[in-house]
Design a protein around this ligand. Structure first.
Ligand SMILES: Cc1cc2nc3c(=O)[nH]c(=O)nc-3n(C[C@H](O)[C@H](O)[C@H](O)COP(=O)(O)OP(=O)(O)OC[C@H]3O[C@@H](n4cnc5c(N)ncnc54)[C@H](O)[C@@H]3O)c2cc1C
Length: 416
């Protein structure tokens, strides 16, 4: 086989490594070009370093996590889905565990192990990998791709898989090159925006709580004062707002609402296990029992230390006020604050800090049965570069692995 009959995969992330290995497993000659010194830099930091590989839920539910574009993935998932992914890793020596919410992780809890398994698999499959090789241009000849250009050098190919990822966390290598490369072949790029991104609060009351994580919190989203969704789980206070799983999940909707100029607020129920009445009884008891202590000290029994100043500021209660002297009005304000801490959302963090880049190559220009470009016969596109984005829970990586696998097999079928 000559260089002209090989497949070039651009990008050594989850999608690109899977595409390269799957193509090589069918007997194709494959060259993987990765711009960084190592592959899988993003993969190695996923899931807070634990890598949430996939989710064991059924296809129908899985697809719902991608919103309206999810149906594009139906055929891809019929080709290679969560069971196949778990079996693939088991076959290559990676044990997995399934946790709450169907989330699948490596049993070791170490994301870099996933990268190592993929690297070893590429080597075993006979894929040639070149690092420090940023693809700068796609070479077109007679309305077909003839190869790619890296640092002024031409690399001929019979088919190309473009899997350069999104534009978030650029230090991992995902700097958005693929959007320009796809555009150069006539593809449409749906406007890029951050998804799964921390939110910025208008007021700075909660700044002192930076770094604090609260579990078992109910978060309600209000758009133009109307309750639109409610989630239960974890929230993290940041330097200028909020993050954590519940917030990241809501962020996709929030970003589009903010873009439309809507008023966005979130309400935190810090005591979801107590209804208003039970909470009131608890407050009366505490104020009575600890009547000689000041509010700052009493509140320490009810709240993490980091939230004390926000609570006192927002309820207007004097920190020196003794338990015995707390008025009914003050108790009411405190109760309302604990059950409904309202934060106005004024913005979101930039694309760099988003877990996912929303938008990307228009799905209307990709064949969902093969991942082939409808613009050029021998171009295949996979992974986050496509206009696909899902909630947290392992859905995004599965989409990268599945589209990568299908793109690799389809590219190989062109030349074998
Ligand atoms: C902090 C964080 C945590 C996450 N955790 C999870 C999780 O637990 N579960 C989950 O499902 N999803 C998670 N995600 C999302 C998931 O990582 C992505 O969806 C997935 O990595 C996308 O895979 P990809 O192969 O398309 O792109 P990437 O993984 O971004 O890989 C793209 C590769 O292409 C290379 N490249 C770019 N341009 C060029 C070029 N011009 N030439 C050559 N190579 C190039 C890059 O260097 C990179 O190696 C997380 C994301 C982040 C940022």
């Amino acid at each position: 086989m000559t260089n002209k009959s090989r497949i070039i995969v651009i990008g050594g992330g989850a999608a690109g490594m899977m595409a390269a290995g799957a193509a090589a497993a069918t007997g194709a000659r494959v060259l993987l070009l990765e711009k960084m010194q190592q592959p899988g830099r993003k993969l190695a930091i996923t899931g807070k370093g634990r890598c949430n590989l996939t989710n064991i839920c059924e296809i129908r539910e899985f697809i719902e996590h991608f919103g309206k574009n999810g149906k594009f993935l139906r055929q891809t998932f019929h080709h290679f889905f969560n069971r196949e992914l778990v079996d693939f890793f088991a076959g290559n020596g990676l044990e997995t565990v399934t946790e709450r919410g169907g989330r699948v992780f490596p049993a070791s809890g170490k994301a870099p192990e996933v990268v190592k398994i993929m690297r070893d698999w590429l080597q075993k499959s006979g894929v040639t990998v070149r690092f420090n090789s940023p693809v700068e241009e796609l070479l077109l000849k007679d309305k077909k791709l003839a190869g790619v250009m890296v640092k002024g050098e031409e690399f001929p190919a019979a088919a190309v898989v473009l899997a350069t990822g999104g534009k978030s966390y650029p230090k991992t290598g995902s700097t958005g090159d693929g959007y320009r490369l796809a555009e150069s072949c006539g593809h449409t790029i749906i406007a890029l925006r951050p998804a799964l991104v921390p939110l910025i609060c208008a007021e700075n009351h909660t700044r002192a709580a930076q770094g604090l994580t609260l579990r078992n919190i109910a978060v309600t989203l209000f758009i133009n004062q109307k309750k639109t969704s409610r989630l239960f789980g974890e929230i993290l206070f940041t330097a200028d707002g909020v993050s954590g799983p519940t917030i990241l999940t809501l962020s996709h909707q929030v970003v589009s609402n903010l873009e439309s100029g809507d008023q966005v607020e979130i309400e935190l129920d810090l005591k979801p296990a107590l209804d208003e009445k039970k909470l009131d009884t608890r407050l009366i008891r505490d104020f009575h029992k600890r009547g000689k202590e000041d509010m700052e000290s009493i509140l320490r029994g009810l709240l993490p230390r980091e939230l004390l100043s926000a609570c006192l500021q927002m309820t207007g209660i004097d920190p020196q006020r003794q338990g015995h002297h707390v008025t009914t009005q003050e108790r009411k304000r405190l109760r309302s604050w604990l059950k409904g801490l309202r934060l106005q959302i004024s913005g979101y963090r930039p694309l760099d800090e988003a877990i996912i880049t929303a938008g990307g190559v228009s799905l209307k220009e990709i064949n969902p049965k093969t991942m082939a470009s409808l613009r050029l016969d021998n171009l295949f596109i996979a992974g986050e570069l496509l206009d696909l984005q899902a909630d947290t829970g392992g859905y995004n990586l599965q989409a990268a692995f599945s589209t990568g696998h299908l793109a690799g097999i389809s590219a190989a079928s062109l030349i074998i």
